[in-house]
Design a protein around this ligand. Sequence first.
Ligand code: ATP
Length: 214
Amino acid sequence: MIGIFGGTFDPVHYGHIKPALSIKQALNLSQLRFIPNRFPPHRETPWLNVEQRLSLLKLALKGYADVVIDERELNRDGPSFMVDTLKSLIDDYPDEDLCLIIGLDAFMGITTWFQWRSLFDLCHLVVTTRPGFNESAISDQMSAEDYRYLSAKMVKHAAALRPRETGKILLKSVPQLDISSTQIRAKLLMNESVDAWMPVAVSEQLRARFKINE
Ligand code: ATP
């Protein structure tokens, strides 16, 4: 099974890398594909441009086995809808099973995604824990009907994400890192170091760009 990890990565940080790698290991995924989006549908225009976000992602992920940066959303015009991305992945890898990995914060907004119910015809979903977001709050974020729809798909064990099937949702604990790109952007704007939150190759690049002297 291939793990799909989408995001804006504006910039990439350990809160992206470590949870994704931990799911790769826990579910014995054959590959992890990081997919940076071009025009995120649910947020403002990214802070860093496409080339910057991509080059930092390349630095961050260099050297990991079976971890790939997939540029298909960057090469596609229009908003980066995950349902389109999954369909094109299925075209490219018809014999593979896909699981989409998203943080609990993103899952809480999933019913606002374009054609969100179709996602479950295309892949399984793995929802990772994230500091500041509580599973018990999921039902507050959506209609009772949508919550029932999602609850019926939830499974307790990875073994239930069966090959050649789709549409199951597994909530999985991952290393808890209280980091966000938003916090990192704020630190950089104040000329503060972000070394603790990302691989040194990434923070070096950011330091050079933002002329931080530490
Ligand atoms: P921003 O602060 O700009 O909104 P972000 O740090 O949330 O950005 P994104 O690129 O929007 O990062 O997130 C991509 C994916 O990574 C999402 O599924 C999100 O839930 C997940 N994610 C981001 N940070 C963490 C974290 N610290 N722990 C677990 N998952 C995370």
